[in-house]
Write a protein that binds this ligand. Structure first.
Ligand code: COA
Length: 315
C-alpha cells in the first residue's frame, strides 16, 4: 500500500472525545491491561486524523531502577514518515521529566518485525525476553497443591499469612504494592483495581496478606476455560531466595488456581521475564508450553534535553 502523504503539522497530545476511540482501536492492548497510566496521540487537524498512539507507565527493572514502559503503534498508512520517531522523542522527554532511567518496549518480533528494525534505528537494545507459558490447570494444581501443603507442614508459611479476594482488601495499600514493585501510577492502578472489584469475576483476583498487610497480588481472568494471569507480584521480602522457598508465590498461585478450577478452567497462562528463574522452574516442572516469546528492548536515558510539554506541535 502506498503511504498516505502527511498534510501540514503533526501534533502530539492527550486524546479527547472521539480521539479516545481511535486510540483504543490503535492500541487494543489498553483494554487488556489497566496499568497504562498515560496515553498520547499524534494527530493532524486539517483533515482531523489520528496517525499514531502511544501509552506509557512507570515500571521497575528487575534491579528496582525506574523505567518508562512504552506501547507504541503508528497507523499503517502513515508508517515510514517519521511519526514513530517523533512520538518516541516526545515520550522520551516526558520520561525524563519523570526521572525514568530508561525506556522499555516489549513486542512480538515475529508478529511485528518492523518494530525491531525501528528500535534498532532508535538505539534500543534487546535486554530480556518476556515469556508466556500455557499449562493444563490440573497439572499445575497437581504440582502446586502438594508443594503448598508440604511448605505449610514444614512451618515455612507463617500463620499470619492468608490469601483473600481483592475486594476484601484495602485497595489503596494494594495499589501501592503494585506501584512499588511492579509499576504503574498510583491513581491509574487504583482506578483499575476499583474497576476489577465491580466485575462478576472479581473473586479471581487475590491478595496475600501477612500480618494484615498486602505482600502479594495476582490479577486473573477466567474465560472459556482459559485462566490468564494478568499481573503477579510478591514484595521483595516474601520472594523466593536462598532462605525462602518462595512460599508466597506458591500460596497465591494455588489459591487462584483453586478458584479457577471451580469455574471450569482447563488451561492456565502465566508470563515472566526470561531472567525470572523461579517461574521458569515452575513452567518446566508443570511441563508448560511456551506460547509466546516477546522481546524486551531498552534505551538508557543519559543526557538531559529541553523539556517538551503535551500539546507541543511537531512538524
Ligand atoms: C515500529 C513503528 C512504530 C515505526 O513507526 P514509523 O513511524 O513507521 O517509524 P519511522 O518512520 O519513524 O522510522 C524511523 C526509522 O526506523 C526504521 N524503520 C521503521 N520501520 C521500518 C521498516 N518497516 N523496515 C525497516 N526499517 C524500518 C528506519 O530506519 C526508519 O528510518 P527511515 O524511514 O529514514 O529509513 C510502526 O511500524 C508500528 O507502529 N508498527 C507496529 C508496532 C507494534 O505492534 N507496537 C506494539 C508493541 S510496542
Amino acid at each position: 500500500m502506498e503511504p498516505a502523504t502527511l498534510p501540514g503539522t503533526v501534533q502530539v497530545k492527550a486524546p479527547v472525545g472521539a480521539e479516545q476511540r481511535a486510540c483504543k482501536m490503535l492500541l487494543p492492548e489498553l483494554e487488556q491491561a489497566g496499568h497504562w497510566s498515560d496515553v498520547r496521540i499524534a494527530v493532524t487537524h486539517a483533515p482531523a486524523r489520528v496517525l499514531a498512539a502511544a501509552a506509557f507507565a512507570p515500571g521497575l527493572d528487575p534491579d528496582g531502577i525506574r523505567h518508562s514502559s512504552i506501547l507504541l503503534r503508528v497507523a499503517k498508512p502513515f508508517r515510514r514518515q517519521g511519526i514513530g520517531s517523533r512520538l518516541l522523542e516526545h515520550l522520551e522527554a516526558e520520561a525524563r521529566q519523570r526521572n525514568a532511567a530508561s525506556l522499555r518496549i516489549t513486542f512480538d518480533p515475529f508478529a511485528e518485525p518492523a518494530t525491531g528494525l525501528f528500535l534498532k534505528a532508535q538505539g534500543f537494545e534487546c535486554v530480556d525476553r518476556f515469556l508466556t507459558f500455557e499449562s493444563n490447570t490440573q497439572q499445575l494444581m497437581d504440582y502446586l497443591f502438594p508443594l503448598r501443603d508440604w511448605l505449610k507442614e514444614r512451618g515455612d508459611i507463617p500463620t499470619s499469612a492468608r490469601v483473600v479476594p481483592l475486594i476484601e482488601t484495602d485497595l489503596e495499600k494494594v495499589a501501592r504494592l503494585h506501584v512499588d514493585h511492579l509499576g504503574g501510577t498510583f491513581a491509574g492502578v487504583l482506578t483499575h483495581l476499583k474497576h476489577l472489584i465491580t466485575g462478576p469475576s472479581h473473586f479471581h483476583n487475590a491478595v496475600l496478606l501477612a500480618h494484615n498487610e498486602p505482600e502479594g497480588l495476582i490479577l486473573c481472568e477466567n474465560q472459556n476455560g482459559l485462566t490468564q494471569v494478568q499481573s503477579r507480584v510478591v514484595s521483595p521480602a516474601y520472594q523466593g531466595s536462598a532462605f525462602n522457598a518462595g512460599w508466597a508465590n506458591v500460596l497465591l498461585m494455588a489459591e487462584v488456581l483453586g478458584y479457577a478450577h471451580l469455574v471450569g478452567s482447563h488451561r492456565c497462562r502465566f508470563s515472566c521475564l526470561g531472567s525470572n528463574g523461579h517461574t521458569l522452574k515452575l513452567a518446566t516442572r508443570c511441563k508448560a508450553e511456551t506460547v509466546a516469546t516477546q522481546e524486551v528492548h531498552r534505551r538508557t536515558l543519559t543526557q538531559l534535553v529541553s523539556s517538551l510539554t503535551v500539546g507541543t506541535a511537531i512538524s
